[in-house]
Structure formats: structure tokens, C-alpha cells
Design a protein around this ligand. Structure first.
Ligand SMILES: C[S@@+](CC[C@H](N)C(=O)[O-])C[C@H]1O[C@@H](n2cnc3c(N)ncnc32)[C@H](O)[C@@H]1O
Length: 413
């Protein structure tokens, strides 16, 4: 802007023109407006400072929280940090029993390139607090006890068992790749006077009586079970339990096992509950299953699709029936074969077509069970009374035992 564009300069001092009242008032007004604007600017500046402060605080808070969360996620590595040991380890250390320092399970898995195999349902637990918690669920383990661990894998739960110092530990693992890591644990357990035996076998074929011939010592069955065989193994063990054979020649052999969460809930489901099924009834005839706790899927490596339930399965001192296992299993399976129908529908398929309706009615009457209940509404006692009625019916009609309603043509009809 040139000097001529700026207009005449105002001169102050004696030569300055005197302002009249209107001009003074106008100046006062301008002055007030300026003051107002300055105040407003000050307010805006203060607000800006406050906002900046709040934003800064939020950023710091988010940053701090992230650091905290990352530390939380480190739980898988806790095993590697001697300073951050779990309470269980601290207790054991203070009591003098101690495994020598070992590489972490995570490191062993890396070192031996033990990639999980899906076909063997391998999901490893690396968190010592969780493996300790599973073993703690088994209750007291004395130094005269024997523990059989199913599928020890790289040995996470095995370490927790060793810290409880049983007299003997049998490890049954189908995958031979884990032999070296398990041998390492066996060496570490030697000074603690724990006999560790490693069997490269399938638990479904493992002959417990052969490996534990006498019954003077209490036996614990523990395992983070492979999903693929968990139900079959449990049913096999109920069969053994009903015959007092295998691991169940003593009546105090408890099982502490993991299952998919839904399966664990079904095992423990009570009458009328949504999850009540054949497995609930079968489990509750010979044992008292207790759902101890749930392990989130993310605690496993690799992470399975589902969460996992830890169930302690305690054999009943007096089983609820003396009937043979296959007969009970057959009756319960038929009852639950049509879950949403009246229970008489499934049960009736135990019987040949000829006279089926009348015989079914008669057997329900003999059992004193209402035939219009749904299978999930039946108590264990009611299922067993139906099994008793069927067993009595077989005495008079032994040929019915072989009847298979799915078979194309039955000689009996
Ligand atoms: C879910 S992983 C548990 C591994 C380890 N106990 C843990 O908690 O990290 C199941 C283990 O059972 C083993 N396994 C699978 N089928 C088996 C079978 N039929 N008999 C014995 N072990 C089996 C697998 O190789 C695997 O090591």
C-alpha cells in the first residue's frame, strides 16, 4: 500500500483537533468493542489450551493403556521369567521341591519344530498358571500316588504334575515327535524321585492294568484331551468303571479332563436343561461330573475355534445301576435318538414292530415313567427304570436284544 493510499497521518499534541462529544462517544464505543473482542479471543485461547491439554492427556492414556495391555498379553511368556513366577511355583519353591531350570514350552516347541498337527487335535497350553490350575482341579496328589497323563504333548501339564510330586507318572502320547521333550522332563524329575514312564501309544488301546498291575496306589487320570477322541475315551472309561476294571479297580480314580466347552456343559447338564443329552445321563449314572472352569480358546497355540471346559469326573462310590454297560448305553441311546419327540418314540425303536405300541406302553407302566415326557426331561433314575424294564423284557424275549430297527429286514417281524 502506498503512503497516499493510507490517508493523512493523525497528529497528536497541541495541534491535534479537539474531538466533539459524538466523536468521543464513538471512540468509547469502538474501545468497548475492542475490549470485548480481546476478552473473546482470550476465552477462545483458554478453551484451545484446555482442548489441547485434554487431547494430550487422552493420547498419553491410550499409550499407557496399550503398554499395559501388551504386558497382559505376555501371559504366554510368563513361564520364561523367573521373577514373575506363579503363586504355585513360589509355594513349591519355598517347600524345597524344584524342577531344574528348563527352557520354556514355547522355546521347546520352536527348538524341536513341533508344529501342531490338526489330525491329532493338537492345541498346546503354554501358560503355567493354567496348567497348574488344571492339575490343582485334580485335588490332592500324594507322593504315593500314580498319575496317568493323556497326550502330554510338549509337556506343559506334565511340568505342573511333576511339581506335585506323585510317585509315578505315566505319559501316554501318540505323537513320537514329543519323545525328546518328555525325556528331558524325565531326567529333571529323577532327582525328585518321581518315576516318569513315556509310552508312545494310543490311549484308546493303552492297557492300564498291564502297566499298573496292583491297586494299592491311588491313580489320577489327567489330560488336555485331543478333541477328536475325548467323548469316545470318556465313554470307554465309563464302561471300565461299570465293570471295575482298567483304571477303575479302585473306586477313587478321578478324571480331570478337558473338553470342548459345549461338550463339558453337556456332560454336566441337569434334567430339563437345554444341553441335557445322552452324554449327560451316561456320565451321571456312574460319576459326578463337575465343571471346574473354562479356558478361553486364545490360551491355546494354535487357537482352537472353541473355548475349553475343564471337568473333574468323580466316580460314584455306589453307581446308580448294576445293569451291564452295553444294555444301559443302548437304552439311553434309543431314548435320546428323537430328542424333541415324546420319549416313548425313541424307546419304542428298541422293540420289534410287531406289538411295539403295546409293549412300549407296558414297559413305561412297569418303569412308572410318563411316556409323554421329552428325553431331556427324564432324570437318571427314570432312564434307569426304563433300562430295568427293558432288561426284564429281555429275560422273557432274549431275541429282542439283537433287534435293530434300522436293519432292512428283520426275521423277528
Ligand atoms: C490338546 S493336545 C494337548 C497337549 C498338551 N498336553 C498341552 O496341554 O499342551 C492333545 C495331545 O494328545 C495327543 N494325542 C492325540 N491323540 C492321541 C491318542 N489317541 N492317544 C494319545 N495321545 C494322543 C496329541 O498328540 C497331543 O499331544
Amino acid at each position: 500500500m502506498s503512503a497516499s493510499e493510507q490517508g493523512p497521518k493523525i497528529k497528536y499534541g497541541e495541534t491535534a483537533p479537539k474531538l466533539d462529544k459524538a466523536q468521543l462517544q464513538f471512540m468509547k464505543l469502538i474501545e468497548e468493542q475492542n475490549l470485548d473482542r480481546v476478552q473473546k479471543l482470550k476465552r477462545v485461547r483458554r478453551n484451545n489450551l484446555l482442548t489441547a491439554g485434554a487431547l494430550g492427556f487422552s493420547v498419553l492414556a491410550i499409550y499407557g493403556y496399550s503398554i499395559f495391555s501388551v504386558q497382559q498379553e505376555k501371559f504366554l511368556d510368563d513361564f520364561e521369567e523367573p521373577k514373575k513366577m506363579s503363586q504355585a511355583s513360589a509355594r513349591i519353591l519355598s517347600s524345597g521341591m524344584r524342577l531344574p531350570p528348563l527352557p520354556s514350552i514355547r522355546d521347546l516347541v520352536k527348538l524341536y519344530k513341533l508344529q501342531a498337527m490338526k489330525q491329532l487335535s493338537q492345541n498346546f497350553l503354554m501358560d503355567e498358571r493354567l496348567t497348574d490350575k488344571i492339575v490343582k482341579s485334580a485335588g490332592r496328589i500324594d507322593n504315593n500316588d500314580i498319575v496317568l497323563e493323556v497326550g502330554p504333548g510338549p509337556g506343559g501339564i506334565t511340568r505342573s504334575i511333576l511339581r506335585r510330586q506323585p510317585q509315578r507318572l505315566l505319559l501316554v502320547e501318540k505323537d513320537a515327535r514329543f519323545t525328546e521333550t518328555l525325556q528331558l522332563l524325565r531326567e529333571c524329575a529323577r532327582p525328585l524321585d518321581i518315576e516318569v514312564e513315556i509310552y508312545h501309544e494310543d490311549i484308546l488301546r493303552f492297557n492300564i492294568e498291564q502297566h499298573v498291575p496292583d491297586t494299592t496306589q491311588r491313580l489320577h487320570l489327567i489330560g488336555n484331551l485331543p478333541f477328536a477322541i475325548s467323548t469316545r475315551l470318556l465313554i470307554n472309561w465309563f464302561d471300565d468303571l461299570s465293570r471295575r476294571r482298567g483304571a477303575f479297580r479302585r473306586n477313587d480314580t478321578c478324571m480331570t479332563l478337558t473338553f470342548q466347552k459345549e461338550v463339558a456343559e453337556r456332560i454336566c447338564a441337569q434334567v430339563g436343561s437345554e444341553q441335557r443329552c445322552r452324554l449327560s445321563v451316561m456320565s451321571q449314572i456312574w460319576t459326578e461330573p463337575v465343571l471346574k472352569f473354562i479356558i478361553p480358546g486364545k490360551a491355546f497355540v494354535p487357537k482352537p475355534q472353541v473355548d475349553v471346559g475343564v471337568v473333574k469326573v468323580i466316580p460314584l462310590k455306589r453307581p446308580k445301576t448294576e445293569l451291564p454297560f452295553p444294555l444301559v448305553e443302548r437304552v439311553v441311546r434309543h431314548i435320546f435318538s428323537m430328542r424333541q419327540k415324546y420319549c416313548r418314540r425313541g424307546y419304542s425303536t428298541l422293540l420289534p414292530l410287531e406289538g411295539r405300541e403295546e409293549t412300549t406302553q407296558a414297559l413305561f407302566q412297569r418303569a412308572d415313567v410318563k411316556d409323554t415326557m421329552r428325553p431331556f426331561e427324564l432324570s437318571v433314575a427314570e432312564c434307569l427304570r426304563l433300562a430295568d424294564a427293558y432288561a426284564e423284557h429281555l429275560v422273557a424275549h432274549p431275541e429282542v436284544a439283537k433287534y435293530d430297527y434300522r436293519a432292512p429286514k428283520q426275521a423277528l417281524n
